[in-house]
Design a protein around this ligand. Structure first.
Ligand SMILES: [Mg+2]
Length: 235
C-alpha cells in the first residue's frame, strides 16, 4: 500500500533554513541604505541593528534605530522596513534539508505552511530552491493577518491543495511553540517540533499542552526514523 496518501507539511523559517541568516542579510541591506543616505558606517550600523534585535522586541528594531539616530525624520522607520523586505534573501536550506525532502517525497506528499508577509515568504522559497520539491504551499498571508498561525485555515487549505489529505494522515514539522503546534492541532494534525539549540524560538516553552508538539527532534534529519514508527490515527 502506498503511503503517498499521507503528507508531511513543513514550516519555513528556522525549520527548513536558519532564520538568523535571513535577518542578518536583511539588516545588512538596511545598514548599506543608511550608510548611503546618512554618511555613517555601514558596518557599525549593521552591528548596532543586530545588537538591538538581540536586546529586545525584534519587531521594533528599525523604529528604535530611527528614533535614536534621526528622530526628526518622520516615516524613516517605515522606509527602513521597506528596505528590510526588498532584497533577495541570502539564505540556504539547512544542510540536511535537500536530501531529506527528496527522501520523504518518495513516500509522502509534501507541503509548506508559513506565516509572514507573502512577498517576503515567496522570495525566501525561491532563494531556497524548494518550490519544485513540494506538492503544495499555503502562505497564511494569502488570507490576511487573521489567518496567520495559530489559525487553522492555512493548514486546512494546504491539505486541500495536497489533494484532500485527511488531517489525521498529515504531520506538521515546525519550531515555534507559540503558534505552530496549536495551529496544526486546531486543524486536526499531529506535529513534530524541531528544537535546534541555535533556533530563534528554541528557548520558548509550550504555554499549555495544546501548544506542545506530538514529538520533538533536534534536527530534521531525524524525521524519517521517527516516521518509521509513527502512530497514525485510524490504525
Ligand atoms: Mg518557524
Amino acid at each position: 500500500m502506498t503511503t503517498r496518501r499521507r503528507a508531511i507539511v513543513f514550516d519555513l523559517d528556522d525549520t527548513l533554513y536558519p532564520e538568523r541568516r535571513f535577518v542578518e542579510s536583511a539588516y545588512r541591506a538596511v545598514a548599506t541604505w543608511i550608510a548611503a543616505h546618512f554618511g555613517v558606517s555601514a558596518r557599525a550600523t549593521f552591528l548596532e541593528l543586530v545588537q538591538l534585535s538581540e536586546s529586545g522586541d525584534r519587531g521594533r528594531v528599525l523604529d528604535r534605530w530611527a528614533e535614536a539616530h534621526r528622530p526628526e525624520e518622520s516615516g524613516l522607520g517605515q522606509r527602513l522596513v521597506q528596505v528590510y523586505r526588498e532584497p533577495t534573501p541570502q539564505i540556504r536550506p539547512f544542510p540536511e534539508v535537500p536530501a531529506l525532502l527528496l527522501e520523504l517525497r518518495r513516500c509522502y506528499r509534501l507541503g509548506i505552511v508559513s506565516d509572514g508577509l507573502r512577498e517576503v515568504q515567496e522570495r525566501k522559497i525561491e532563494a531556497l530552491g524548494i518550490r519544485a520539491v513540494v506538492d503544495a504551499i499555503a502562505l497564511s498571508d494569502e488570507w490576511g493577518r487573521s489567518a496567520w498561525k495559530p489559525d487553522p485555515k492555512p493548514f486546512q487549505i494546504v491539505l486541500e491543495r495536497l489533494g484532500s489529505v485527511s488531517p489525521s494522515q498529515a504531520v506538521y514539522v515546525a519550531d515555534n511553540p507559540e503558534k505552530d503546534f496549536l495551529g496544526a492541532r486546531r486543524a486536526g494534525m499531529d506535529s513534530i517540533r524541531v528544537l535546534r539549540a541555535s533556533g530563534l524560538h528554541a528557548h520558548k516553552p509550550a504555554a499549555s499542552e495544546a501548544h506542545g508538539a506530538t514529538a520533538i527532534v533536534t534536527d530534521v534529519g531525524q524525521i524519517p526514523t521517527l516516521l518509521a514508527t509513527w502512530r497514525w490515527s485510524g490504525e
